[in-house]
Design a protein around this ligand. Structure first.
Ligand code: CMC
Length: 429
């Protein structure tokens, strides 16, 4: 017999069904609770203990540091797969056959160009415009060029085309936002290169030169994109699902996800880590001082790249990326004082009672920024890199939500404002 939860309120007992996932995760279904109790809701600011959906995409066990996409361990995918293969897996549920992968790759390659009229938008942005602002606007603008994407419930073929267009065009938009900031000519995609290499070519190539992406850098980029590809119901993914739940189109939903990712407590942390390391370095490198600041509740400073809402032991992505980071720096011969500070900071924090007691470990963003810096990605582009990686996950979650026919997302609240009062004319206030 399936489990039942019981809640007692005002002398009455309410029975609530328990839902169990394929990895025996359990949740109490409170969907009918408010109606049954005549008005009680559950309250959980920040959704620390609230499931918003049932999902078959990503399994994450924060206590044991486990992350799997569609059942496949992240360690195996990061080691062996290509980013487009993982994208297919997340979006369509299974690893692609050779033929499926070839056709997916071909479609992505055929849609890398961005409409020429969109170039004018880039020209209108100031050189100092943050690329995440450009990305969110540009992705939403794609909907104006592809009006057939406005109805997310059109045919499966139309949905696939919208999805594949977006995966194809995001790196082009990202590289162009960088070129725009540099006031350099925009580079058109080179379709004989793979996904990551083409992005690097559009970022660092010049019409006057022969830029060849370094295979070490291409391989590191592939790994980084895979590690970021999905992370179940985080802030940006929940945003994508909730925007999409109103049946807003895919481009609008992903644009909202990009905005949610931008913040330093989420994807913006990779940029914030490097800025923090630079500040510490320029301040003389006194780590004890900065660790003390991070522990001081009166001081808003936090160690960026430390802590995670769900990983309370270790972040498996951080373990993989730390190794990749060492390899890339060694192969590229990069000697970066910020890396020394990062390593020492990690050591100091890991041995400190404050961090130990709160299970605060380096997360994926602690190391990703260091690799991005080593491979020449400018700091302001770090979160854009995260967005390129997270895109297939956002798409998979949006598609699942639409195909499961989920209702519009609309939380409740406990009102704490003023009770009813009469309007007072401005002259009498
Ligand atoms: N430095 C110092 N103290 C911290 C930190 C930190 N980075 N993170 C958490 N704490 C403390 C916090 O003050 C609190 O202490 P106390 O119990 O004494 O009040 C305790 O640890 C629990 O923190 P919380 O803020 O309640 O935890 P949360 O789950 O709400 O926040 C977090 C998670 C990731 C937002 C937070 O750890 C943080 O701000 N980290 C720095 C930003 C960062 O690296 N974000 C990237 C996350 S990984 C990429 C992604 O998937 O988004």
């Amino acid at each position: 017999m399936s489990e039942i939860a019981k809640i007692e309120l005002g002398g009455k007992t309410y029975e609530l069904p328990v839902v169990e996932g394929t990895e025996q995760e359990k949740g109490i279904d409170i969907g009918k609770f408010r109606g049954a109790t005549g008005g009680y809701i559950t309250l959980d600011s920040g959704f620390k203990n609230t499931g918003s959906c049932q999902s078959a995409i990503t399994y994450l066990d924060g206590e044991n540091g486990i992350l799997r996409y569609r059942g496949y361990p992240i360690e195996q995918l990061a080691d062996k797969a290509s980013f487009l293969e993982v994208s297919f897996l997340l979006i369509y549920g299974e690893l692609p056959t050779q033929a499926e992968l070839a056709s997916f790759q071909e479609s992505i390659t055929n849609h890398t160009l961005v409409h020429e009229d969109m170039k004018q938008f880039f020209e209108a942005y100031p050189a100092k415009a943050h690329p995440m602002g450009i990305m969110a606007s540009m992705v939403c603008s794609l909907s104006t060029f592809y009006p057939e994407s406005l109805d997310p419930n059109r045919t499966p073929e139309a949905k696939d085309l919208t999805i594949q267009r977006l995966i194809a065009k995001l790196p082009t938009l990202a590289a162009w936002s960088y070129k725009n900031a540099m006031r350099h000519p925009l580079m058109y995609p080179k379709n004989d290169l793979d996904y990551g290499a083409n992005f690097l070519y559009m970022m660092f190539g010049m019409p006057t030169g022969d830029y060849e992406p370094d295979p070490v850098v291409v391989s590191a980029l592939n790994k980084l994109l895979i590690l970021h590809a999905d992370h179940e119901q985080n802030c940006s993914t929940s945003t994508v699902r909730i925007v999409g739940s109103s049946h807003a189109n895919l481009y609008a939903s992903i644009s909202a996800g990009i905005s949610a990712l931008w913040g330093p407590l989420h994807g913006g942390a990779n940029q914030a880590v490097i800025e923090m390391l630079e500040t510490i370095h320029n301040d003389g490198g006194d780590l004890d001082k900065w660790v003390a600041k991070a522990k001081d509740k009166e001081d808003p400073f936090r160690l960026m790249g430390f802590g995670h809402r769900v990983y309370k032991n270790f972040d498996p992505r951080a373990t993989i990326i730390k190794k990749a980071c060492d390899e890339v720096l060694e192969k590229l011969g990069v000697d970066d004082p910020l890396l020394d500070i990062a390593k020492k900071l990690e050591q100091v924090a890991l041995e400190d009672e404050y961090f130990k007691a709160r299970n605060l470990y380096p997360n994926v963003d602690f190391y990703s920024g260091i690799i991005y810096k080593a491979i020449g990605i400018p700091t302001e582009m770090f979160t854009v890199m995260f967005a390129i990686g997270r895109l297939p996950g956002w798409i998979a979650q949006w598609k699942e939500m639409i195909e499961n026919g989920e209702p519009i997302g609309r939380p409740r609240q406990i009102y704490t404002g003023a009770n009813e009062r009469d309007y007072v004319d401005v002259a009498n206030r």
